[in-house]
Design a protein around this ligand. Structure first.
Ligand SMILES: [Zn+2]
Ligand SMILES: [Zn+2]
Length: 116
């Protein structure tokens, strides 16, 4: 899950100070405090917001850094399958070359054998 700060349109990571307005919208602390200094409305829904009604959030996040959503995993699977197909094509190409070289060698050996 990616939370987007609509003020700077950057991802809000759990390592940063996350602040929520009373209307429930989430922003970076530095973005929201700068915004509040200029405007007393929520950047997202235009509800009235003051510095007194914003509060910090402490999300508990999974420590599993490899946790990814289905879309990301699907596209990585597609990439891997494409690469696999390319490798397979290259492999059969190389197999053909090896076979051709072996045939050539066998042919030249039989030529030599009949020569002697
Ligand atoms: Zn921000
Ligand atoms: Zn809001």
């Amino acid at each position: 899950m990616h939370i987007l700060c609509t003020i700077c349109s950057d991802i809000v990571s759990s390592a940063e100070n996350i602040y929520a307005t009373k209307c429930g919208h989430l922003f970076h602390h530095h973005c929201l405090s700068q915004w509040i200094a200029r405007s007393k409305t929520c950047p997202q829904c235009r509800n009235k917001v003051t510095s007194a009604c914003m509060f910090r959030l402490f999300p508990t996040v999974s420590s599993d850094a490899t946790l990814e959503d289905a879309t990301t995993l699907q596209s990585r699977l597609d990439d891997a399958q494409l690469q696999l197909r390319q490798h397979r094509a290259r492999l059969s190409d190389l197999e053909d070359k090896v076979k051709a070289a072996a045939d050539k060698e066998a042919a030249s050996m039989s030529v030599r054998a009949t020569y002697y």
